[in-house]
Design a binder for this molecule. Structure first.
Ligand SMILES: NC(=O)c1ccc[n+]([C@@H]2O[C@H](COP(=O)([O-])OP(=O)(O)OC[C@H]3O[C@@H](n4cnc5c(N)ncnc54)[C@H](O)[C@@H]3O)[C@@H](O)[C@H]2O)c1
Length: 339
C-alpha cells in the first residue's frame, strides 16, 4: 500500500473535515505540510494534526519534494491558479468544488492536468455518500423502471461574516447555486444524464451576499426525466436540510432531510435497513488514493466537475435572463473538449 504524502492548501472551514476523512485510513496518507494565508487558521490546523511544516505561501507546499498530492480548499477565484501550478509542479490534485468559476477556467485546469499526466479529482463528495451511491446503482440496474420525475433540494441558513469572500460575486463566481446547489445538480447529472433545458428563478438578499440567495428550477433531461431543484441559503432553521424524491413507473426512492440533518431512505415505500451512511469524505479520499496509485479516472473527474459547473451556470443564466435555457451547446462543447 502506497502511503501518499499530502499537502493541504487552505485550512479554513472545510479543512478539518478533509483532514479527519483522510486520516481515517491509516497507511494510505501522510499529512506532511499545509499552507494558509491566515496565521490563525494555519496554527490551529498544525496543532490539531501535529504538522510543523506550515507556510503562508502555498508555493512552498508545491515546492516540497516529499509532497505527492495536494488538496486545494480555497476561495473559488484561486482554484485555477493554484490547481494549474500544482499539476505543473508534478502534484496530483484533489480540488474542492466547484472546479472553478467559469467553464474557461475549468478547461485550463483540465488541460494542465492532462498535459502533466496528473490525477485531477473534484471533491463532489455527495457521490460518495452511501445512500446516493446506492441510488445510482439501483437506477443503473433499472430498479424503478422508466424514470419519470425527481425533486432535490439544499436548504441552509447561510449568513457569511461581513468581510468573507463568500459574499463576493466575483470570488465565489455566483451565489448559492455554484456554492452549494452544484452538489445537488451533480447528483442529478450522475443519476439521470445530461440536462436538455432549464428554467430557473432566482432571489437575492443583499444583506447576506452579492450572488443569488435562492433558486428554484425546472430541469428537463435528455432521457426524459423532469426534475425540480431548490437551493436556498436563507431559510430559518438551525441545521441544513437536503432531500431527494425520485419516481419511476415501478417505484419511488426518497431521502427526507430531517431537522437534525439525519435522513432516511425508503425504496418502494419500504424502510430500508441501510448500512450507513458512511462518511462521504473518507470514501472520497479512499477513491482518490485508488485513482492516484492506479491511474484510474476519478468518478468525479475534472470533466465531470466541468459539466456540473456548466449546468450550474446555465441554471443561473436562465434565472438572470428570466427565460428557459437550452443546455445543448454546453454539452457539445463538453464532448468536443473530452474527445
Ligand atoms: N463539500 C462541501 O460540502 C463544502 C463545504 C464548504 C466549503 N466547500 C468548498 O471548500 C472550499 C473552501 O471553502 P471554505 O468554506 O473552507 O472557505 P474558508 O474561507 O473557510 O477557508 C478558505 C481558506 O483559504 C485561505 N486562503 C485564502 N487565500 C489563500 C492563499 N492564497 N493561500 C493559502 N490559503 C489561502 C483562507 O485564509 C481560509 O483559511 C471552496 O471551494 C468551497 O466551495 C465545500
Amino acid at each position: 500500500m502506497q502511503n501518499l504524502a499530502i499537502g493541504f492548501i487552505g485550512t479554513g472551514g472545510i479543512g478539518a473535515h478533509h483532514a479527519q476523512g483522510m486520516r481515517a485510513m491509516p497507511g494510505h496518507f501522510r499529512l506532511v505540510t499545509a499552507s494558509d494565508t491566515s496565521a490563525q487558521a494555519l496554527t490551529r490546523f498544525g496543532e490539531s494534526y501535529g504538522i510543523t511544516r506550515l507556510h503562508a505561501d502555498y508555493r512552498r507546499v508545491l515546492g516540497d519534494p516529499e509532497v505527492e498530492a495536494v488538496v486545494i480548499l480555497l476561495p473559488h477565484h484561486l482554484h485555477e491558479q493554484v490547481a494549474t501550478e500544482a499539476v505543473a509542479a508534478g502534484k496530483h490534485v484533489l480540488l474542492e468544488k466547484p472546479i472553478a468559476r467559469t467553464v474557461a477556467e475549468a478547461d485550463r485546469i483540465i488541460q494542465a492536468a492532462r498535459t502533466q499526466h496528473r490525477t485531477l479529482m473534484i471533491a463532489h463528495n455527495q457521490r460518495f455518500d452511501g445512500r446516493h451511491a446506492w441510488i445510482a446503482r439501483q437506477l443503473q440496474a433499472g430498479a424503478l423502471g422508466r424514470l419519470l420525475t425527481a425533486r432535490i433540494d439544499h436548504q441552509q441558513n447561510f449568513n457569511p461574516p461581513e468581510r468573507s469572500w463568500w459574499r463576493s460575486l466575483d470570488q465565489v463566481g455566483g451565489g448559492c447555486v455554484i456554492g452549494s446547489g452544484i452538489h445537488r445538480l451533480d447528483l442529478l447529472r450522475w443519476w439521470f444524464g445530461e440536462v436538455e433545458e432549464v428554467y430557473a428563478q432566482l432571489q437575492w438578499d443583499a444583506a447576506r451576499l452579492e450572488g443569488e440567495v435562492a433558486c428554484t428550477a425546472a430541469l428537463r433531461f435528455r432521457g426524459g426525466v423532469h426534475a425540480e431543484f431548490l437551493c436556498h441559503w436563507g431559510i430559518h432553521r438551525p441545521t441544513h436540510g437536503e432531500s431527494v424524491f425520485i419516481t419511476g413507473v415501478d417505484g419511488t426512492f426518497s431521502i427526507d432531510g430531517g431537522e437534525d440533518g439525519r435522513q432516511s431512505l425508503a425504496p418502494h415505500h419500504e424502510h430500508l435497513a441501510f448500512a450507513g451512511p458512511q462518511d462521504p469524505t473518507e470514501s472520497m479520499w479512499q477513491h482518490f488514493h485508488r485513482c492516484v496509485t492506479t491511474g484510474a479516472t476519478p468518478l468525479t473527474s475534472g470533466e465531470e466537475g466541468r459539466a456540473s459547473l456548466a449546468l450550474a451556470l446555465d441554471v443561473v443564466r436562465s434565472g438572470t435572463l428570466r427565460s428557459a435555457v437550452r443546455t445543448e451547446a454546453q454539452a457539445v462543447l463538453h464532448r468536443a473538449g473530452s474527445a
